[in-house]
Design a protein around this ligand. Structure first.
Ligand SMILES: *Cc1c(COP(=O)(O)O)cnc(C)c1O
Length: 402
């Protein structure tokens, strides 16, 4: 059956997704169904309800209710090739839930060397303790990737672009190698979201997102998701249910509200980020701008080939390695908050130096001046670009003054 949404563009899907009449009633948004117990008409209805474990069937609060089902359905409609979506209480919970769904003791997991740090901690800690051996790989080394596999390699965790340093990798080529070796490809697709990158269409099996970022979009909720074709969706769902993972209907309603405007917000923050990246590119005190959608920046060609959009998150690296100067720059900023997370309506700045986190890829990368290693990650929000640039200019002036 062709879904009505198959013929619609992604912004239309953002608006219509999950708004089934049976879930919304006569109003626009599905109401917040606060429920643990679901009541049955009679015993026959209870017995029937237990037989069908799927979204849309009332059973018990842990399996959600229309507020959560509507959000999950809207996310599934955004991801071509997905059969269903499982919601988790955070992005990290989604990564953990998906890895636990595909791995068992004795398996080997390959993790991209520029993975989000908590993913790395999970691989080296929780998964190792469970008897899963984790190995890291350089995401830009397509030729060397096949050599990283052994008979026990069962899954690969990608992130594209990489956390903090924004390398864009060749997912179709890498995922094809993983598929040849019968390994499951999981991708942390938080940066691009399905609006910017169709993970399953590009060869991945499970697309994970921290909904805390673009989908929530207002820095007031935490949630995660994993979308997949039918086989892996069933496994994700069973595992999440075994672990008792559930999201609150209040948060699901907030996330669904964020979703409706996500396309507009991403378009705007990407355009502002590009303007700021161009401004940074011409500064003497900036060594590298790490922004996949900046023409000429590292990864731009692959980004252009594989992505249909960007977002407001990118990084740059200062010339020289004066940490106090970097601190002066960031501390001087007014409009940029200092804090974790990103994808909200407000801009953020965060210092980073991944040298101590990575094991397979050197930082600074080969070919760079060794002093050019102190990074700043910007999450660009919805403010006026000219104000953000003026704020950054003040920060740079404070940095130079010493
Ligand atoms: C923030 C983030 C996560 C984790 O999401 P939470 O909702 O904060 O748990 C995962 N991956 C990436 C790339 C992130 O930036």
């Amino acid at each position: 059956m062709t879904k009505k949404s198959d013929t619609h563009g992604s912004n239309t899907r953002l608006v219509t997704g999950g708004r089934r009449r049976e879930w919304t009633g006569p109003v626009v948004n599905p109401p917040v169904w606060r429920a643990s117990t679901h009541l049955y008409e009679d015993i026959a209805a209870k017995d029937e309800g237990g037989k069908h474990n799927e979204d849309g069937r009332f059973f018990y609060g842990r399996r959600g209710a229309p507020t959560q089902w509507a959000l999950a359905e809207a996310l599934t409609e955004l991801e071509p090739g997905a059969h269903g979506t499982v919601l988790y209480p955070s992005g990290v919970a989604a990564i953990a839930g998906a890895l636990l769904a595909v791995l068992k003791p004795g398996d080997v997991l390959l993790v991209t060397d520029n993975a989000y740090e908590p993913s790395r901690v999970m691989a080296n800690g929780l998964l190792k303790r469970m008897g899963v051996d984790c190995r890291f790989f350089d995401p830009l080394d397509v030729d060397g990737f096949a050599d990283r596999f052994c008979d026990k390699t069962k899954a690969v965790l990608f992130e594209n672009p990489g956390s903090l340093t924004m390398e864009v990798c060749d997912i179709p080529a890498l995922a094809a190698i993983a598929r040849e070796r019968s390994a499951v490809s999981l991708i942390d697709n938080t940066w691009a979201s399905p609006l910017g990158f169709h993970a399953l269409d590009h060869g991945c099996d499970i697309a994970i997102m921290s909904l805390t970022k673009h989908v929530g979009g207002h820095s007031d909720l935490m949630m995660g998701s994993a979308s997949a074709g039918e086989r892996w969706y069933r496994r994700l769902r069973q595992t999440a249910q075994a672990l008792g993972q559930v999201v609150s209907p209040d948060d699901a309603a907030l996330a669904a509200r964020g979703l409706r405007t996500m396309g507009l917000r991403l378009e705007r923050s990407t355009a502002t980020a590009l303007e700021i990246a161009r401004w940074l590119e011409h500064r003497e005190d900036v060594a590298h701008v790490l922004c996949p959608f900046l023409p000429g920046a590292p990864g731009y060609e692959l980004w252009q080939r594989d992505f249909s959009g960007g977002c407001g998150l990118f990084s740059f690296v200062l010339k020289g390695s004066d940490e106090a100067a970097r601190t002066r720059l960031i501390d001087t900023l007014d409009l940029f908050g200092i804090g974790f997370s990103w994808g909200g309506f407000e801009s953020l700045a965060l210092p980073f130096d991944p040298a101590s986190i990575r094991s397979e890829t050197p930082w600074p990368p080969e070919g760079w001046q060794s002093g050019d290693r102190l990074g700043i990650r910007l999450s660009i929000g919805l403010e006026d670009a000219s104000d953000l640039i003026a704020d950054l200019a003040r920060g740079f002036a404070a940095m130079e003054q010493g």
